[in-house]
Design a protein around this ligand. Structure first.
Ligand code: ASP
Length: 924
């Protein structure tokens, strides 16, 4: 029977009310010939008409003209509308499925002012004014876009893509876009092509963007096809989230998506649990039960209802399966009935025919339109519309007030259907009322994790994750290959009393933490693994940064830290042999020696010209023939040397000028000796420290010690992005250093610090520095922390286990488990405390002076004595030669004689040489 409606086939459903005297009011109803809801639409119309029987406020009966149309019937519909208006005095029109059909009805309605109640989403109404006789009961695009915008905000979507099928959908979403503030996340629009190749390429493109959140706007019948194709493109994982704009999405049979992991959200206009809705649905069902609908004598309606009555499987009315347009049609008919009844009661409605050719507006139409606009009606049969209160229309006739239930797909539920999680009201568009308590949310989230095996990506780095020692070369797989802090942490989180889950560790292929490459426009390392949804979690010394947080989610930090400097401790150098020379620099020694010679020469010269230094050689002779000057070069050198050694001299100058020079030299000697003595003690006891740094500023201010950090980590990013000039200078220095100062891992950095003999400092995170300095006493942390941050467990965006994981980490923190775990890996398993003991041992002996420190002084003494002996031997031979000449002895005789005398240690006196000249033996 239904097929007989194909094309434009008029079906007259005439309800003849109780009294034949009632006026017939004709209405035209245009329905979409899409098959799905046509039967329910018939029932809805029949049920609405049946209600007129009980409306005793007026004396009329409705005579509906129902048309099933498709978009090719535009011209025929135009003719039909005109003929109905002229011949049947149609009082109002309802429905229209396709935009093409709507155009023609809408223009006729506007020209002749016939009320037209639309039940579909019409984006083309917004430009009309209030003269317009059209009322669209479908929530307006503006209203829906507000609801979407609120949902996006509440879900805290970072970035999302709008997938739409046709430009009408785009129109609505553009409205949503208009309301966006600059702080809202970026949104992309992708139009789906035709099913097949076109659509596939769009989905492929969407997949490559890595976006996880989508708004999907498409016809209800296309939803499943699109989702299936999305699944083929791996766009339907547990991390993906779709919000469907179609208000009929919940009416589909979702049982085939029982294993769906993505989060699907949609809106529902009708709260199917309301009493009014359930009773109406019961009424719809009972409509089929009346063999003879009221006292309708109309054979066509009865035939249609008869067909539905005997249909197999029988027609069932389930509120959750009724499409919005059917509900709206029922509400629209009731609205019209109410207004018509009241207007009719007030004044005789003159339902005169109107002609398309004359274009004379209908008077009754104007009255009804005004009544609806000004809400000039009591509720009447419109006690409680199925789709919520219908009281406000915009100037262009768009319905403004509505309530939408926010529904989430619950695949694990018995019926695999949607459940209401929140309520959105057009009266308070910026918020939703949650219907699900946080406790039940927590329970659900926990359920998601129960028994889940997490794929955990990590990287090797002590003590977070290390390869287990394998002395027997056993074959090991899975988690058995690794150990470390990260492994233990995951173990504690997954305990049965906590999240009761399991996990499998694997190593990130490129061994990177995760950094964005602006050239390739992609991330690497752990972050990339998460973004590609290859891993569920990433655990190691992974720092929470703003940049990373835009792409992945983090738990609360399980460890707090900051950047600091790892540097090698000063090595105690063995003292040099000539360390007594260290208090004065080489320059000073050279200048002092030069001054010594110059001053000695000056004394010599000044003494020669100073008469007071020319003395009588024989004091007993008052008139000596000659005067003598004792200030020969030898004595001058002796005087200055004796002074600087603080020993003085047995002869002293007598002239004022010579005394002046001498006293200046003494002053110089005093200061120099005092400085030397003061510096000596410090220098002999002090360790040779080499170049020393105490802070990052010290590092930045010098270029002898190189410094670097892990390549592509958050530490490098800190220096790269800083606004602080010192750190920026450090970044420039690091970047320009040749060879590169960036290390592939902390391990390499530590090795370089150890090997470089204090020529390299490594900028590293304090927790890792703590670990290294605990086990290696040659290393130390220099300076304070340059910043403050934390390590967190990373996971893909939208991960449903984020909150339970957060709670688990917090619980471990509060119970002190994290601290205990740190102690285990930082101290107990890391030779902890050893460096403190070593230090004490060193300090005990630090004040003693060893032979090493003063050895040079002994050497100088020995050297000086040796030189003195050599001089003594020379003097001895010189004297032997003199004795031989004076005493006319052979050299040999003279040598033995003098040697014999010298060896006789008891001899106290020596004879003078017999020659007169020999009496002048000088004591010198
Ligand atoms: N923990 C750092 C990161 O997550 C590595 C570093 O830069 O020291 O990138």
């Amino acid at each position: 029977m239904k097929r007989s409606y194909r094309g434009i086939v008029t079906v007259l459903l005439l309800l003849v009310p109780i009294a034949n005297s009632r006026k017939a009011v004709h209405v035209a109803i245009f329905l979409d010939d899409d098959g799905d809801d046509s039967e329910l639409s018939t029932i809805a119309v029949a049920s609405a008409l049946r209600r007129t029987t009980f409306v005793q406020v007026s004396d009329f009966t409705l005579k509906p003209h129902i048309y099933w149309t498709n978009k090719d019937d535009v011209l025929k519909v135009g003719d039909t509308v005109c003929s109905l208006l002229e011949n049947q005095s149609v009082a109002a029109m309802f429905g229209a499925g396709s935009p093409e059909i709507n155009e023609i009805i809408q223009s006729t309605s506007t020209a002749l002012h016939i009320p037209y109640f639309q039940t579909f989403w019409n984006t083309k109404l917004s430009s009309y004014n209030d003269e317009f006789p059209v009322f669209n009961l479908h929530p307006s695009p503006d209203v829906l876009s507000k609801a979407l915008a609120t949902l996006v905000r509440i879900n805290a979507w970072k970035t999302y893509t709008v997938i739409y099928e046709d430009d009408d959908g785009l129109y609505m979403l553009q409205e949503a876009l208009k309301q966006r503030s600059p702080t809202d996340p970026p949104v992309a629009f992708k139009k789906l092509g035709e099913p097949g190749k076109g659509r596939r390429s769009v989905l492929k493109e969407i997949k490559s963007t890595g976006v996880l959140d989508f708004i999907l706007d498409c016809k209800v019948d296309h939803i499943f096809d699109i989702l299936r194709e999305a699944k083929e493109h791996k766009l339907l994982s547990e991390y993906h989230s779709y919000t469907l704009t179609n208000l009929d999405a919940h009416t589909l049979d979702w049982s085939t998506f029982r294993d769906l992991e993505s989060n699907i959200t949609t809106f529902r206009l009708v709260n199917t649990t309301r009493r009014m809705v359930t009773s109406t649905m019961a009424e719809w069902t009972s409509v089929l039960g009346y063999n003879d609908l009221i006292d309708v004598k109309d054979p066509v309606l009865n035939n249609e209802l008869e067909r539905l009555r005997h249909k197999t499987p029988p027609v069932t009315v389930n509120a959750n399966k009724v499409r919005v347009k059917t509900m709206l049609l029922y509400d629209a008919l009731n609205l019209f009935l109410t207004v018509l009844a009241e207007q009719d009661a007030k004044q005789e409605l003159n339902l005169a025919p109107v002609s398309c050719d004359e274009s004379t507006p209908s008077l009754h139409g104007r009255r009804i339109v005004e009544a609806v606009r000004q809400k000039d009606f009591k509720k009447g049969v419109l006690l409680d519309p199925l789709t919520g209160p219908i009281s406000e229309f915009s100037k262009s006739g768009q319905r403004l007030n509505c309530q939408l239930e926010v529904m989430e797909f619950a695949p694990k539920s018995v019926t695999s259907s949607f459940r209401t999680v929140a309520l959105w009201k057009s009266s308070s568009p910026d918020q939703v009322e949650f219907e699900v308590t946080s406790t039940s949310r927590e329970e659900e989230e926990k359920e998601v994790i129960q028994g889940k095996n997490f794929r955990v990506v990590s990287r090797l780095g002590a003590p977070y994750l290390m390869q287990k020692a394998n002395p027997n070369n056993e074959f090991r797989t899975g988690n058995d290959r690794y150990e470390g802090y990260a492994m233990d942490l995951m173990g504690m989180i997954c305990k049965p009393e906590s999240l009761n889950c399991s996990y499998t560790f694997y190593l990130v292929p490129d061994n990177n933490y995760g950094t964005y490459d602006p050239e390739k426009k992609q991330w690497n390392g752990l972050i990339r693994e998460l973004m590609d949804l290859k891993a569920d979690l990433a655990i190691c010394d992974l720092t929470i940064t703003y940049e990373r947080k835009q792409e992945v989610d983090f738990t609360v930090p399980f460890m707090t830290l900051g950047i600091s400097i790892l540097y090698a401790k000063a090595v105690k150098e063995p003292p040099a042999l000539l360390s007594f020379m260290l208090p004065l620099s080489l320059d000073v020694w050279l200048y002092t020696a030069t001054a010594y010679l110059v001053v000695s020469m000056i004394i010599f010269l000044v003494a020669r010209i100073n008469p007071n230094d020319w003395e009588n050689p024989h004091p007993c002779d008052p008139n000596p023939k000659e005067l003598e000057n004792i200030w020969n070069i030898k004595n001058c050198l002796w005087l200055t040397l004796g002074s600087i050694m603080a020993q003085g001299c047995d002869i002293l100058p007598k002239g004022i000028s010579t005394r002046m020079v001498t006293s200046m030299w003494w002053f110089f000697s005093l200061i120099m000796t005092a400085c030397y003595t003061a510096n000596m003690a410090a220098f002999l006891t002090m360790e040779r420290m080499g170049p020393t740094i105490e802070s990052a500023e010290d590092l930045a201010a010098q270029n002898k010690i190189q410094y670097g950090c892990v390549k592509g980590g958050s530490t490098a990013a800190f220096f790269r992005d800083t606004n602080f000039s010192t750190y920026h200078r450090m970044w420039v220095a690091m970047e320009s250093a040749e060879p590169s100062v960036f290390m592939a891992s902390n391990k390499d950095g530590v090795k370089k610090v150890t090997d470089s003999k204090r020529k390299y400092a490594f900028l590293m995170e304090s927790s890792s520095i703590e670990y290294e300095t605990e086990g290696n006493c040659d290393l130390m942390q220099v300076g304070n922390l340059l910043d403050s941050k934390g390590y967190g467990i990373a996971m893909p965006m939208n991960a449903r286990y984020r909150k339970p994981l957060n709670r688990a980490v917090l619980r471990l923190q509060e119970m002190g488990e994290l601290l205990r775990l740190k102690d285990k890996w930082w101290k107990e398993l890391n030779r902890g405390g050893q460096c403190t003991r070593d230090k004490d041992a060193v300090e005990d002996t630090a004040a003693e002076l060893g032979l090493d420190h003063v050895g040079g002084v002994f050497v100088v003494l020995a050297g000086g004595v040796c030189v003195a002996l050599v001089i003594a031997i020379c003097e001895f031979f010189w004297n032997v030669r003199k004795v031989a000449v004076v005493e006319h002895l052979s050299v040999k005789e003279a040598f033995y004689k003098e040697l014999k005398f010298a060896m006789n240690i008891w001899a106290r006196q020596k004879k003078v040489m017999s020659s007169p000249s020999s009496r002048e033996i000088s004591l010198n």
